[in-house]
Design a protein around this ligand. Sequence first.
Ligand code: CUO
Length: 664
Amino acid sequence: PIFIPKGDERKAFDVPAEYLSDRYRPLGTQLANRFGEEANEVVSVSRISIPNLGEILELQRDANFSLFIPKHRLYAGRLIDIFLGVRNVDDLLAVAVYARERVNPYLFNYALSVAILHRSDTQDLDIPSIIRLFPDKYVDSKVFEKAREEANVVPEGSRMPIEIPKDFTASDLEEEHKLAYFREDIGLNLHHWHWHLVYPFEASVSVVNKNRRGELFYYMHQQVMARYNFERLCNGMQRTERLIDWDRPIKEAYFPKLDSLVASRSWPSRVTNQTLQNVRREVDGIIVDVDDLKRWRDRIYNAIHSGAVRDKSGNSVPLTATEGIDILGNIVESSVISINRDFYGDVHNMGHVMLSYIHDPDHRHLESFGVMGDSATAMRDPIFYRWHAFVDDLFQEFKSALPRYSENELNNPGVVIQDIQLEVQGGSANRLQTFWQQSDVDLSRGMDFQPRGSVFIRFTHLQHRPFSYKISVQSNNARQGTCRIFLAPKFDERGNPWLFRDQRLMFIELDKFLVNLKQGQNTITRNSNQSSVTIPFERTYRDLDTSRPVGGNDLAQFNFCGCGWPANLLIPKGSAEGFACQLFVMISNINDDLIQQDTSGTCNDAYSYCGVKDKLYPDRRSMGYPFDRMPRDGVDTLQQFLTSNMRVQDVAIQFENRTFRPKQ
Ligand code: CUO
């Protein structure tokens, strides 16, 4: 038997000898004694018939793992199926212990996390936190040296947090570096990792086929682009340029300065002016040409322009105004539920792959993929946004061809919004305030060193003062409605007022919630921390408090709720002068909004970008409504777009260049 300690709990597993790899089997008793002394609880692992891991083992333990690589997807799919296929939790533990000894750790962690999220009997289990298991995907490599030193020399309790400098990947000579605070935000990258964990594109169909997942792929990434463009304008930059000329050098470079602790390699960098190449990497099972990418793109544009797609049997399937976007999302991403993957290919994923191998497309230098190859790291790289600007443009091409919303489809007769005010804690009305804040995260679980105990890193991120909305509404009846709150820059990058058709793509969702109006005058108050977009700051970073007994639901919520926009990035950075914005509030007609279902007890507090676990997306309208389509005839400006159930308030975002340190 062997004991494997698991973090601070000091829980150990009593494992059948045949589960050990050849290397450790002879050491069984020795290891048992060593780890056993540290343990305060021993869990015995049952003997099951040993699963055949087969080709899953082709991925070396010290290799990097990418969901975008078809071969790796296949391994992940197999392993997920093995984890989903065992009868009960005891067998799952046994098969997981057996696999953990042999399988690539990134692959193992991914597959086990997906399985835990999707098995009905594991809803009360914690999924491993990726930042604590693999901090190397988020943190400057130098930090680990320091952390090891701190842990070796300084006893737990007197250890100082190790500070990650705010500007560690580039200097101000690089224009794009102005946005590093956003791209490299830990919460942002954790959100993206969680999103793709909750909505895998490769696994058995029953796992992939979630309600409106293709549409949510479009909408979540559209909002990423809107938010990124918003930040760019705040920093005096232009909106992201789409990556559309695939034969030209790419000016954006990126040097991640991350070292993989597992693969013992640095994440490859991309110098400026690299050009996409055909990828020939037998070792990863990827043979893909730039021409493949172009062919798939052209077929998708053709489908959009003809209003229909071709399924596997050659039948034409119309792209309807409401469901078309869902079909298109699965085609573009693409996911296993793409209506015809052979024909429409794998555009978005292969873009990630080709960009991530741009430095070594034929593997002659034996280099692995860059950060674009991993959903946990991709958002750090400026090229992510240029690629997704192209992807989003595909979807916008489709949306632009749809019928415009008529005034009837927008209005909510009898409901009039009379006034909106933002009340900012400790500040003045309608003036949001942003600043830098420092937070500490305990990384000790991802670091294998003695002596154990907490090692904190301290990082700096954007934050805003808490605020609340105060909305005055007149209603001629008692009724329900959906309150939709968005924010956009008031002027374009030249300082000119927007045309509505352009500004609509800049609106970022801030909140969406049900309101109960009484007849007559109503005042709606809503706090920023209740947002349907974000998860609270503590949830992104906190560790589960294992000393506290938690009910099943708590944990299930914790897992799924790892998906959510980080609360610290709810409000864009703004500017020192106060960045001019327009706050938009609408109360839409409940008859066209409402989904009848019970979501109590499930994680539903960040549903706008993440949906609700095992439920329908809780808003019947097209995602992005009312900004997802071109305006009706005669509407050129936001003011002209408004019906009486909508209102716009000028607000500003004032950034103060000050850093607040954690409370001790
Ligand atoms: Cu989320 Cu391109 O999909 O990264």
